[in-house]
Design a binder for this molecule. Structure first.
Ligand code: GAR
Length: 203
């Protein structure tokens, strides 16, 4: 606990390899983020993010997204909200969670869901943003941490970092450099959001 308030309970949602989760978890462990990661939930049963969480002693659960593949809706959405509440989650952190968040979850966690996206939004929303940047021929791209709203990769920006696009970049090399910045950006953005939550909760 710091001078401002109690630690904020974070629930991380992810679908993939979980390097952003790892960066956040290490920042929390090092005392650089005033939070506690209480669970990791995934729509992919064998996602590496869950393995990483379990290795760190953090509960990880698979939520079957059926019958939808790209949006979190119906029973899956209800189940996910139930698990978030079960773990006492106060802030939902999307870290490579590749499903669209719908109204019920947005309402349940109003201004308490944040996401990281691998571009300088509003440029290149959607899938494979680093490939979109290469195809567009831009000289600079980056990453954005933002609050989640009903749009795809829209919502108020919390923090952005820039990454130079090099002449000989491939999708893989560019994404790797963007990810280096993501791993710095997410813990910093979390501190901004946590400060805001703690200030709000004290009123
Ligand atoms: C990250 O680059 C993140 O920005 C991106 O998925 C990757 C997940 O990596 N998210 C999106 O594209 C969301 N629109 P990770 O699983 O290693 O954290």
């Amino acid at each position: 606990m710091n001078l401002l308030g109690k630690k904020v309970n974070i629930g991380v949602l992810g679908s993939g390899k979980g390097t952003n989760f790892q960066a956040i978890a290490e920042a929390v462990q090092a005392g650089k983020v005033d939070a506690r990661i209480v669970c990791v939930l995934s729509n992919v049963s064998d996602a590496l993010i869950m393995e990483r969480a379990r290795k760190m002693g953090i509960p990880a659960e698979y939520i079957d997204p059926a019958p939808f593949r790209t949006k979190l809706d119906g029973q899956a959405e209800l189940k996910l909200i139930e698990r978030l509440r079960h773990y006492g989650v106060e802030l939902v952190v999307l870290a490579g969670f590749m499903m669209i968040i719908k109204e019920r979850l947005l309402k349940a966690y109003e201004r308490r869901i944040i996401n990281i996206h691998p571009s300088h939004l509003p440029a290149f929303p959607g899938l494979d943003a680093w490939k979109q940047a290469l195809q567009a021929g831009v000289k600079t791209t980056g990453c954005t941490v933002h609050y989640v709203d009903a749009g795809t990769d829209t919502g108020p920006v919390i923090l952005q970092k820039s990454v130079e696009v090099k002449e000989n970049d491939t999708p893989a090399t560019l994404h790797a450099r963007i990810q280096e910045q993501e791993h710095i950006a997410y813990p910093q953005a979390l501190n901004i959001v946590i400060h805001e939550i703690q200030s709000r909760d004290r009123k």
